[in-house]
Design a protein around this ligand. Sequence first.
Ligand SMILES: CC(C)(COP(=O)(O)OP(=O)(O)OC[C@H]1O[C@@H](n2cnc3c(N)ncnc32)[C@H](O)[C@@H]1OP(=O)(O)O)[C@@H](O)C(=O)NCCC(=O)NCCS
Length: 153
Amino acid sequence: MIRVVEGDAGDIAALMTIMDDAFDPAYGEAWTASQCLSALVLPDCQLLLARTDDDVCGFALSRWVLDHEELLMIGVARRFQRQNIGKLLLSETVVRARCAGRTKIFLEVRDGNNARDFYLKSGFNSIGRRKNYYKNATGLSPDAITMALDLQY
Ligand SMILES: CC(C)(COP(=O)(O)OP(=O)(O)OC[C@H]1O[C@@H](n2cnc3c(N)ncnc32)[C@H](O)[C@@H]1OP(=O)(O)O)[C@@H](O)C(=O)NCCC(=O)NCCS
């Protein structure tokens, strides 16, 4: 059975294992351990981990400013993908954000990452585009699509 639990900076090794497995390094989307740790020490940042009895199999990292939450990253280890674990992590993030009184969740996803369909299925809408937001290994700079979910309903 998969459980979603809160994590912290002490879970950095497990978090980076998922990060390195889930994200294709060609696209420059993954964060380094040092970027993750910088976020995790902040009081306005939340790490959720999806766990089996033995393993961490996914994570969602978010932060908030006033009544807006930003989903910074979500990732599920490849062998656990398409088993509703991403959905579980995202819905837990949404429930917690709503309970905390936040009114919107924003995120950025690389143009061309089919995770955009995952977000659309979860109720997010595309609301903007940031030109050349990512820097990838091939020297290309794909755009980011900004997506949002309204929590006021
Ligand atoms: C995006 C990601 C987190 C989804 O996690 P997951 O556990 O595989 O997704 P789920 O099994 O919970 O899928 C939930 C729904 O989204 C859909 N979905 C998931 N991945 C999808 C994809 N790549 N393309 C299209 N639809 C997708 C599923 O079909 C499912 O639809 P349903 O509710 O109609 O059955 C996972 O694919 C991942 O880690 N990707 C690499 C990292 C990444 O790009 N993260 C997003 C940018 S921060």
